[in-house]
Design a protein around this ligand. Structure first.
Ligand SMILES: Nc1ncnc2c1ncn2[C@@H]1O[C@H](COP(=O)(O)OP(=O)(O)OP(=O)(O)O)[C@@H](O)[C@H]1O
Length: 385
């Protein structure tokens, strides 16, 4: 008799949220939405280029990348505002490629709030119901009240949108998108119109709302720091396709390509040639001696296999470049410094290449920097054979 039970509202989805919370690894949850080999072309431009990805139930999944890499188009393909030139979109295994947006059970939040200025906050949220009855058998006003409570705007129903701050307006837009109890929430750069402080506060609130509802969420941003802070998994996109899809820590610590290494956070990227490969050290990993210009550095290979003569690209995060360190030591010249409060970001000149290092103490002149072999991460190998 399940079909006779009222549809649960998102606020009443503790089962789903609890299930999602119980499964620590999002990889254990069923797939909520999937793109398979999706391409979108506009005349000369290929906006999305053969993208395959899947998002699990209750997952917060972020598309991040530079301007024009296809983030918004990917989101619009999921929403149904665009149809793919090739490929298919599936929700819970069901093909929705030809299904119009209003039949897809998605709530969408755009960058510019898009609230109706002549309607009150409460009327704006109620509009999200699209004249349908509220889910869960609650009254329309009850539904508006519970949504405003969810987004921390209780008591604001009678205000006009222009009496609210940008962050509050965006929370009204989120409440409106959630009103009909959608299965999936899609957010396209929802914070880019806000100042830095508001953005940081709103991203904590958005994550809390998403977790409370356990709602599958796809989020678009060009801000890599925001992507790392808010997501379960991140897809770093480049030229219409994902370059790496992984949890934030993995994206940061183990970027798979030079592009990801350079796009996400500060990094020092080196190109070297393998001169020798040592056996496994105490940590069980192989270590290579890499010639970079006139220097030779010892680099842990983690699980990568290299041969003598291979060209290898590796990176070392600025916080892992140690001043005065004895291991892998080399000399660089201080070019400039930016005081950031907790730390200072120092730009060093090193054989025509810029290196970044983070320190607490002021630096000047010539400095010795080094890094531990295990703090280097190999991002690409160009084999000689
Ligand atoms: N309706 C359209 N007609 C023609 N080209 C389009 C259309 N929409 C997007 N494009 C092009 O497709 C590419 C991807 O655009 P998209 O908006 O998806 O990128 P984005 O990563 O979201 O960029 P941004 O961060 O600047 O919003 C761009 O080159 C863009 O100019």
């Amino acid at each position: 008799m399940a079909s006779e039970e009222p549809t649960p509202t998102p606020l009443e989805r503790p089962g789903r949220a609890a299930d999602a919370a119980a499964a620590d690894d999002p990889g254990d949850r069923p797939i909520a939405l999937e793109l398979e080999s999706v391409t979108k072309r506009y005349a000369e431009t290929t906006a999305v280029d053969g993208v395959s990805l899947s998002v699990r139930e209750g997952e917060f999944f972020t598309l991040v990348g530079p301007s024009g890499c296809g983030k918004t188009t990917t989101l619009r393909l999921i929403a149904g505002f665009e149809s793919p030139t090739e490929g298919s979109v599936r929700f819970h295994g069901e093909d929705v490629t030809g299904t119009p947006p209003e039949e897809r059970d998605v709530g969408v939040v755009f960058q510019n709030y898009a609230l109706f200025p002549h309607m009150s906050v409460g009327e704006n949220v109620a509009y999200g119901l699209n004249f349908a009855d509220p889910p869960g058998g609650v009254s329309k006003s009850g539904r508006v009240r519970e949504l405003l409570e969810l987004v921390d705007l209780e008591g604001m129903a009678d205000r006009e949108p222009d009496q609210l701050s940008g962050g509050q307006q965006q929370r009204v837009a989120i409440a409106r998108a959630l009103a009909p109890g959608p299965d999936v929430l899609l957010l396209d750069e929802p914070m880019s119109a806000l100042d830095a402080q508001l953005r940081e506060r709103l991203r904590v609130q958005v994550r809390a709302i998403q977790k409370e509802l356990g709602i599958t969420t796809v989020y678009v941003t060009h801000d890599q720091e925001e992507a790392l802070a808010i997501s379960d998994r991140v897809s770093v996109m480049r030229a219409g396709a994902p370059e790496q899809v992984a949890p934030p820590r993995e994206i940061y610590r183990r970027p798979e390509t030079r592009f990801v290494a350079e796009f996400v956070g500060d990094n020092n990227v080196f190109d070297g040639t393998v001169r020798s490969v040592e056996g496994r050290g105490a940590n069980g990993r192989q270590r290579a001696a890499l010639e970079v210009g006139t220097e030779t550095f010892a680099v842990d290979l983690q699980d990568r296999e290299v041969s003598v003569g291979d060209e290898v690209t590796f990176c070392v995060r600025p916080e892992n470049l140690r001043i005065g360190a004895g291991v892998n030591a080399t000399t660089a010249i201080v070019a400039s410094a930016e005081f950031l409060g907790e730390t200072t970001r120092v730009h060093l000149e090193w054989y025509g290449q810029e290196l970044l290092v983070r320190t607490r103490d002021p630096l000047s002149g010539d400095v010795t920097v080094g890094f531990e072999p295990e703090d280097a991460h190999v991002v690409a190998i160009d084999r000689t054979v």
